[in-house]
Design a protein around this ligand. Structure first.
Ligand SMILES: [Zn+2]
Length: 470
């Protein structure tokens, strides 16, 4: 019996429990740091299976670590389970419609119900495999709370929770399937708060010091800064509190959120300091005072090629989800909601992935069936977005893959993902992702020399140094 057959048999026995967990977390749809019921559900299943649980990791109530086994290798699976605001959606519905009575409710628009549950299923299967073969080795489920907003992984990395790990694997829901080979941006996010003085805007403006003026001058300053930062950097901002709606009062207090992304965390930190200098300049110009409050910091995310190679072997063997006619029909029904730009994107995605003579046919069956092989020559290419998986990569060899969990060309953080993630498309994806993760762990157990290679690569890339950006 091959390892994959064994994993399939182990997962088959847990199938109902796995799918129920995924659907239940989908229904809870708890936001970052509020994932009380979701984390409790995962903990209860892992505890029942014999895992040792450590709760309240880094003081975060919804973060935990579940561990089984002893000795080397120590393998980490990174589970996430938080939802997003305003993405409530009826499961499997092929048009945008919130669950009844939850018009502004949250939803799993990034598919973290699938992400967290596939890691759970893999951890359970690897535990059984270790037990059945009486092998040394440790499998850990990291309950990585709040990935969507100020994730806990940087603190876990800072506090040494990954220090004895040999490898970490995770995955992310997507519209395509393959081992990830791109980088993600480092991301620093912080609040900028200006304090001025209120006064009657017409009768005594000379008495006032405008916090709103300070915001505007800061934004203008940052617009000039943009040209003079390293390429592949982004400076985002949003008003949190623009000082109220009264036009006849000098605004005494305003808050903005600033986010700085760059290819490397050291550049993001350097640009952040320059953005703060611009804010200080704006405060000086307007006679206001400025304060900064950190919100989140994610290191740049890169793949460990040796670990990605293990994932790649597992993925080539296990493949992606096996869709049936009902799945294809459901996936195609979503296309009716596509506007012309999304149809263009669909054509681009399909043409990029499928031979010329197949792309028209694929439009009628718009679920990905290809597995993109890991391409080590693309390790420096950048994918937009940021993730705190990057911080794990700085402290232990880490690799991840994506798997199709929704119709081709549909975006993440959308009702499309919420809908598909609660349907049979999501069910197939969660089981398929679990078998890749579990098989990768078995391959890691069987290939100590590959783990040594991964460690040497990690040391060369990072110098063994980590600076927590939070
Ligand atoms: Zn996500």
């Amino acid at each position: 019996m091959s390892a994959l057959h064994e994993i399939d048999a182990l997962l088959e026995g847990k199938k109902q429990e796995i799918l129920q967990a995924s659907d239940t977390i989908w229904e809870y749809a708890e936001l970052s740091r509020e994932e009380i019921k979701s984390s409790e559900l995962l903990i209860s299943i892992l505890e029942k299976a014999g895992f040792t649980i450590e709760r309240n990791i880094c003081g975060v109530e919804t973060a935990f670590i579940a561990s089984y086994g002893s000795g080397k290798p120590v393998m980490a699976l990174l589970g996430e389970y938080d939802a997003l605001a305003n993405l409530s959606q009826v499961a499997g519905a092929t048009e945008k419609c919130a669950c009844p009575g939850q018009e502004h409710g949250s939803g799993h628009g990034c598919g973290h119900n699938l992400l967290g549950t596939a890691c759970l299923a893999a951890a359970l299967a690897v535990k059984d495999y270790l037990q059945q073969h009486q092998l040394p080795g440790t499998i850990r489920y990291y309950g990585c709370a709040a990935e969507e907003e100020g994730g806990v992984k940087p603190w876990m990395a800072r506090d040494g929770y990954f220090d004895d790990c040999d490898c970490a694997f995770t995955w992310h829901p997507s519209d395509t399937t393959g081992v990830f080979n791109l980088r993600h941006y480092a991301d620093k996010v912080f609040y900028v708060e200006f304090f001025g003085k209120s006064a009657h805007a017409a009768a005594s403006p000379e008495m006032g010091r405008s916090a709103l003026d300070a915001c505007e001058l800061m934004n203008i300053g940052c617009n000039y800064l943009r040209e003079h930062v390293v390429p592949n950097s982004r400076i985002h901002y949003a008003y949190v509190d623009a000082g109220g709606t009264a036009y006849n009062i000098v605004q005494s207090h305003c808050v903005m959120k600033y986010g700085v992304r760059s290819m490397y965390i050291k550049d993001a930190e350097e640009i952040t300091e320059r953005v703060k200098d611009v804010a200080r300049g704006a405060a000086l110009m307007t006679g206001t005072r400025v304060e900064f409050k950190p919100l989140m910091g994610y290191s740049d995310c890169f793949q460990n090629a040796a670990c990605a190679q293990i994932l790649n072997e597992a993925m080539e063997e296990a493949g992606g989800p096996q869709w049936d006619d009902a799945d294809y029909a459901a996936a195609a029904a979503y296309l009716k909601t596509y506007d012309p730009s999304m149809l263009d994107k669909l054509a681009d995605v399909i043409k990029g992935r499928y031979p010329k003579d197949q792309w028209q046919e694929k439009k009628a069956y718009p679920l990905d069936t290809q597995v993109t092989a890991f391409d080590p020559t693309r390790l420096q290419a950048v994918s937009a977005g940021s993730t705190d998986v990057g911080d794990v990569g700085y402290v232990t060899p880490t690799a991840q893959f994506v798997m199709a969990t929704r119709t081709l060309a549909t975006p993440a953080h959308s009702w499309y993902q919420t809908s598909a993630g609660g349907s049979t498309i999501g069910h197939k994806a969660v089981l398929a992702a679990a078998r890749v993760l579990a098989l990768a762990c078995v391959k890691a157990l069987e290939q100590p020399e590959q783990l040594e290679k991964a460690r040497a690569e990690w040391l060369e890339t990072t110098g063994g140094e980590y600076h927590c950006p939070m």
